[in-house]
Design a protein around this ligand. Structure first.
Ligand code: PMP
Length: 387
């Protein structure tokens, strides 16, 4: 990116995960311009336009069919939180139960339902949220392995005197993005999926930030071999940074009546066009996940080197694919690192409950030179912050 004076910046923030394919990808831009040139429908509500047809076909052909997945697709509105709200509402309607289980440090959006399943109190802004019927459960490693996963929860469920209402659904990020790049182990995710199955609880994976290849495979949950009942997608599904959200639901869960859940901008056809083209460009072969894995190794080794060079800062390195975090013991150091990186021309953001994590999410399409350059800037910024 360049500022108005022509000063260059490397963007390792990538629209908080909305730009997995980079800024202004030429092929996506071409598809968008061609659509606008031929006066394609821009706002289509529920019209079955050619743009929507092509996106649904691309999703089936390049994403769902190769993975043996069968989901219906709902267009809940333009943003991630719209997908989460629709998922929560659907789970409650399907099961006839009200309670939703969420996870410590999870983040799901800024509207009331999604905020009520968000862990970070700062994000809830002292506004009397969470709502009733949302219960946090410890995310992987939250209890430092001292309590066997989910045992306590199963006891609560089995005990009619526990006071726990049987939940409609569990909502989880497989890697918590805003929570500070907290990575759930595949075996933990499998246990969670089995728990949900045993107790007839719907499993919602919020892949708004970690989907579309951010962790390597298209869906972040593929690493665990699980099949969620409902999946929320947004951010990079639009391909070009245009607003778009999707809810994927097992076909038998589709109990919606027409008009029961919608949003005016659910028919954002220009975003359908770039979304379809992005799926076609990047998901017809296995090149992107392999490249992401290779680049992820480069990031991991640079971050590990930073952490061992500055043992006094007590830095933890966490990540998967191309979502990485440097978790500092002191949030002030993380803030200094992010500011110092900006001054040197690298955009990164902080994450974590107290902003203690410097978070790196470069575009999956980043070149090796740019990746190396950004990591060098980061290395210098940490060295400066350490003094
Ligand atoms: N879920 C997750 C996992 C997210 O990271 C975000 C955004 N950071 C959201 C939901 C909400 O998306 P939006 O801001 O587009 O509403």
């Amino acid at each position: 990116m360049y500022d108005e004076n022509g000063r260059p910046y490397l963007d390792f923030f990538a629209g908080a995960g909305a730009l997995n394919y980079g800024h202004n990808h030429p092929e996506l831009k071409r598809a968008l311009l061609a659509y606008l040139e031929r006066d394609g429908v821009t706002h289509g509500l529920d019209m079955h336009t050619t743009a929507k047809r092509d996106l649904l076909a691309a999703l089936r052909e390049y994403v769902l069919a190769p993975r043996g997945l069968d989901y219906k697709v709902q267009f809940p509105g333009p943003t991630g939180t719209n997908a989460v709200e629709a998922a929560l509402k659907l789970a409650r309607k399907v099961t006839g139960r009200e309670s939703i289980i969420s996870f410590t440090h999870g983040f799901h959006g800024m509207t009331l339902g999604s905020l009520s399943v968000t862990g970070n109190a700062m994000k809830r802004g002292g506004a009397g949220i969470p709502l009733v019927h949302a219960t946090p459960m410890p995310f992987d490693n939250y209890l430092d392995g001292q309590v066997p996963d989910f045992l306590w929860f199963e006891r609560l469920l089995a005990d009619s005197g526990s006071g726990l209402n049987a939940p409609a659904a569990v909502i989880v990020e497989t890697v918590q993005g805003e929570g500070g790049i907290n990575v759930a182990r595949p075996e933990w995710l499998r246990s969670l999926a089995e728990l949900c199955k045993r107790h007839d609880i719907l499993l919602i994976v919020d892949d708004v930030q970690m989907g579309c290849g951010r962790t390597g495979p298209f869906f972040s949950f593929e690493v665990a071999g699980i099949e969620p009942d409902i999946v929320c997608l947004s951010k990079s599904i639009g391909g070009y940074g245009l607003p778009l959200a999707l809810v994927l639901l097992r076909p038998e869960l589709d109990v919606w009546s027409p008009g029961e859940h919608n949003g005016t901008f659910r028919g954002n056809n220009p975003a359908f066009v770039t979304a379809a083209r992005a799926l076609e460009l990047f998901w017809t072969d296995d090149l992107l996940p392999a490249q992401t894995a290779t680049k992820g190794e480069v990031v991991e080794s640079a971050l590990t080197a930073i952490a061992s060079k500055h043992a006094e800062l007590d830095i933890a390195v966490r990540g998967r694919g191309l979502a990485w975090g440097l978790a500092f013991a002191d949030a002030d150091v993380a803030a200094k690192v992010v500011t110092g990186a900006f001054d040197r021309g690298l955009l990164i953001e902080t994450a974590g409950a107290d902003g203690e994590v410097a978070k790196l999410m470069p575009a999956l399409t980043i070149g090796h030179d740019e990746l190396g350059e950004g990591l060098e800037i980061l290395t210098d910024a940490v060295a400066d912050a350490a003094h």
